[in-house]
Design a binder for this molecule. Structure first.
Ligand SMILES: NC(=O)c1ccc[n+]([C@@H]2O[C@H](COP(=O)([O-])OP(=O)(O)OC[C@H]3O[C@@H](n4cnc5c(N)ncnc54)[C@H](OP(=O)(O)O)[C@@H]3O)[C@@H](O)[C@H]2O)c1
Length: 377
């Protein structure tokens, strides 16, 4: 059997396993080996690749990435550290090449965990991280995108992540005190010095994207986008399409809500879950918005899919240059999520779902007022 036949068999296996539901979804178990040398041999195109950005700024990554934040920061009880390391390494084995973290997650502890799990795979996979917060005494006290701060974060993040170059360095939040041209110019310098490969920004307006892109071409915009939050469709996705910038939806399963796992009875773990105070996760909002989850459950039920898979499949179908980064602390959810890179659902079916979703008015803001102020869109 030649390689293309093997890949085609592989794809049809994943397609049919995606139709079997959550517990039958796993791609065949591969025993984990610590050897980075064996990695390319074992990856065997299990997850298709996509390209963020174009020309010199193009960045080839797996069609889904792994959001690493929740492995120890603000998604409930902190799981066993070794298990989270194994989970990230399992994602590598499955063919995931894009892993997302940030200095401010913790701060620092998420990058340290990611470094411990993935440092040995440097140059084989990509870890993306973010600058932009002023961290004092272990707490974020606002924005700081001054050039010297960006440089400091780059150096310190590389140490924690055990890498020599940051594949994609995002501005995490816009800093009104620093001209965007200075931010883009600093990242441009870091790229020229070989410390950073690609430039990204999170949650900024189309106008800011244009200004930054004129100084240093952007590879990706990372913003919240899901069936629950479709604001990027208004201005951000059009500007990305026009300028050839990729888009990385964060919170693609609505911070867990779209999976059907959370409802108005859910008790958040108070010490480590910011969702507990957010408008959309209050019991009344969760009760009201369940209509949306029910739609995903029904759509998925007809096709052997879980609601999480419907949420991710819809995003992946939107554009070839969209690469969602769902987070999970469960091996089963990791496999379930990755299986959505090979769904076989027609454009018309997705459109019908979208039309039904559009009839639902979502209750509750996505961020509390203070955090919403940091967002420019
Ligand atoms: N740039 C930014 O400003 C920004 C902001 C927020 C997040 N992010 C990035 O985006 C990543 C993901 O965002 P997120 O964690 O906010 O939201 P998310 O990926 O939409 O949701 C994660 C939550 O969904 C649950 N989940 C995932 N897959 C599931 C499945 N198949 N079935 C049931 N539950 C499932 C996870 O619980 P289990 O652990 O139980 O699976 C977790 O609590 C983060 O890790 C971070 O890297 C970036």
């Amino acid at each position: 059997m030649n390689n293309s036949e093997k890949n085609s068999n592989r794809r049809s296996f994943i397609k049919s396993s995606a139709l079997l539901g959550a517990f039958a979804l796993t791609v065949p178990a591969v025993s984990f080996s610590n050897s980075a040398e064996n990695l390319n041999k074992k990856r065997i195109n299990k997850i298709p690749m996509r390209t963020l950005g174009k020309g010199k700024s193009a960045f080839k990554v797996s069609a889904l990435g792994l959001g690493c934040m929740g492995a120890n920061y603000h998604r409930g009880r902190v799981p066993n550290r070794q298990k989270m390391i194994e989970l990230m390494q399992e994602a590598v084995e499955m063919g995931v090449t894009l892993f997302d973290t940030a200095e401010v997650y913790g701060p620092y502890i998420n990058e340290e965990l990611v470094g411990e799990a993935l440092g040995k795979f440097k140059n084989k996979i990509s870890v993306t991280t973010k600058f932009g917060f002023d961290i004092q005494n272990g707490k974020s006290v606002g924005q700081n995108c001054r050039p010297e701060q960006i440089r400091k974060v780059a150096e310190e993040s590389m140490k924690r992540l055990k890498i020599d170059v940051i594949d994609l360095f995002y501005q995490h939040r816009f800093d009104p005190n620093v001209p965007i041209e200075d931010v883009a110019g600093t990242v441009k310098d870091l790229i020229q010095e070989g410390k950073v490969k690609h430039f990204g920004m999170c949650e900024v307006s189309a106008d800011i994207i244009r200004k930054a892109h004129a100084v240093q071409p952007l590879t990706a915009i990372q913003s919240e986008y899901s069936l629950m939050w479709r604001e990027p469709e208004r201005e951000i996705l059009p500007v990305c399409e026009e300028l050839g910038i990729g888009f990385v939806p964060y919170s693609p399963v609505g911070r867990g809500y779209l999976t059907g796992m959370l409802n108005d009875q859910w008790e958040f773990y108070p010490q480590n879950d910011m969702r507990q105070d957010w408008p959309r996760f209050q019991p009344e909002a969760m009760k009201e918005n369940y209509k949306l989850v029910q739609l995903l459950i029904d759509f998925g039920h007809q096709r052997g899919l879980t609601p999480a898979q419907v949420a991710l499949g819809w995003l992946l179908n939107k554009k070839e240059w969209i690469v969602p980064i769902p987070g999970t602390t469960k091996f089963a959810h990791l496999h379930e999520n990755m299986a959505t890179t090979n769904l076989d659902i027609s454009e018309q079916e997705w459109q019908d779902l979208e039309n039904e979703v559009a009839k639902i008015e979502i209750v509750g803001d996505r961020y509390p007022a203070e955090q919403q102020k940091q967002i420019r869109n």
